[in-house]
Structure formats: structure tokens, C-alpha cells
Design a protein around this ligand. Structure first.
Ligand code: MD6
Ligand code: FE
Length: 208
């Protein structure tokens, strides 16, 4: 099926409307099931221990965590100690279609933004396999997403990520700085509550 795609920076490809409403509802149901097994929690910043405003959980053999000791991937939920639930099939299908990478993802970070939540400018660089892109899917209210270059001081621009949109961060943009400036309230009817979920799929260990 032909899909609309827009390369907004080298290696940063935006797929507006990647999931239709039925696809979004099915994926949301999978996310709700995962959260029952692995509840959302507030991670803490390395050193300061200050809590993030975004809440997180993970699916997959590995999950990204942050606490006073630093950032890392681990196989278990930091509060329950249980293994993370499996990555939903619909996300594995999106990875196969969008990543261009022959090996499966190992982690799916689930971010939940309540109204007023932001995510500061950061790089995703805790993965060993930087040849694999990060594949992102959004559900719920629209986010103002900011993307820059590989240096913090590089110029940035913003793109609106709406429910069902996919975004692939690969090639020269794999280490680009990015963040979420704000989430626009009441811009989607997908969630019963307000806010937004973002799902990011990552290959963590070296694939070959
Ligand atoms: C978000 N996304 O959209 C946060 N990271 O809520 C990310 O931090 C992100 O969308 C790496 C690649 C794509 C992303
Ligand atoms: Fe990120």
C-alpha cells in the first residue's frame, strides 16, 4: 500500500496517518493490556533523583529505565521486578514495514503525557546498535515535537505529531536532539482520558 511519507531531515521520515482509527484503537487496547502487567511510573533523573513529568513503562525483552544511578536498559520493571510484557504484534509489523532493519526491535518504550507534560531536548544514545533507527508511533492528543541536529546548540524546528502518526529516526538523524514542547489538549478523541501515548521501538544490542 502506498503511504504518504515526508523526509523532514536526512533520515528523519514522518508518516502522517500511518494508523487509521481502527488501527489506533487496536494498538491502544494492546497498550492498555501492557500497562496492566507493567504499570506506568515516574522515572527519576540521574544524580538529582528529580522525577520526570512524563510517565513510562516498556514492552519487550529490554526496557529503558532511568534512576539516580543513570540511564540503562534492563529486563525487568523497576517497581514490580517483573519481566516486561511482549511487544504487541502490531508494533512488530510497523517495525518490519518502516525500520528497514533486518533484526527485530528489543525494546518498546511507552511514554504517557498527561496535560502539561513536556519532555526536554535529548538524544537517544543508550543503544549499542545505532545502525537501527528508532520507530515512533503516537496515540491520543497532538504533540508539538521538536527536532534539531546532532549538537544541542544546532537549530531546531517543530512538527506536530497527531494520533496515528509514525516517525522514523534513522541515518544521519539517529542521534539528533529532540523533545516534546507540549501536548495540545482535546485534539484527539482516542483516549477516554486526556493526554498522549508515544511508543518508541528500539534495537538495543548489536545485531551482528
Ligand atoms: C515523544 N519521542 O514523541 C518522544 N525518541 O513523545 C522520543 O523521544 C523519540 O519520537 C527517539 C526517536 C523518536 C522519538
Ligand atoms: Fe527520544
Amino acid at each position: 500500500m502506498a503511504r504518504q511519507s515526508i523526509e523532514i531531515a536526512p533520515g528523519a521520515v514522518f508518516y502522517p496517518g500511518y494508523l487509521d482509527r481502527a488501527g489506533q484503537e487496536a494498538l491502544l487496547a494492546d497498550v492498555r493490556t501492557a500497562i496492566l502487567a507493567a504499570p506506568l511510573y515516574h522515572p527519576r533523573m540521574p544524580r538529582s533523583g528529580k522525577p520526570f513529568s512524563v510517565r513510562m513503562t516498556n514492552c519487550g525483552p529490554l526496557g529503558w529505565v532511568s534512576d539516580v544511578e543513570g540511564y540503562r536498559y534492563q529486563g525487568t520493571h523497576p517497581e514490580t521486578g517483573a519481566a516486561w510484557p511482549a511487544i504487541p504484534q502490531a508494533l512488530l509489523a510497523a517495525w518490519r514495514e518502516l525500520s528497514g532493519f533486518a533484526f527485530p526491535p528489543e525494546a518498546c518504550l511507552v511514554n504517557y503525557y498527561a496535560d502539561g507534560t513536556r519532555l526536554g531536548l535529548h538524544q537517544d544514545r543508550d543503544e549499542k546498535e545505532l545502525a537501527a533507527p528508532v520507530v515512533s508511533l503516537s496515540l491520543g492528543d497532538t504533540a508539538i515535537f521538536r527536532i534539531g541536529g546532532t549538537k544541542r546548540q544546532d537549530a531546531t524546528f517543530s512538527v506536530k505529531l497527531a494520533s496515528g502518526d509514525a516517525f522514523v529516526f534513522g541515518g544521519p538523524s539517529r542521534l539528533a536532539y529532540h523533545g516534546v514542547d507540549r501536548v495540545l489538549p482535546a485534539t484527539s478523541t482516542l483516549l477516554a482520558e486526556s493526554g498522549r501515548f508515544n511508543l518508541t521501538l528500539r534495537r538495543v544490542t548489536a545485531a551482528k
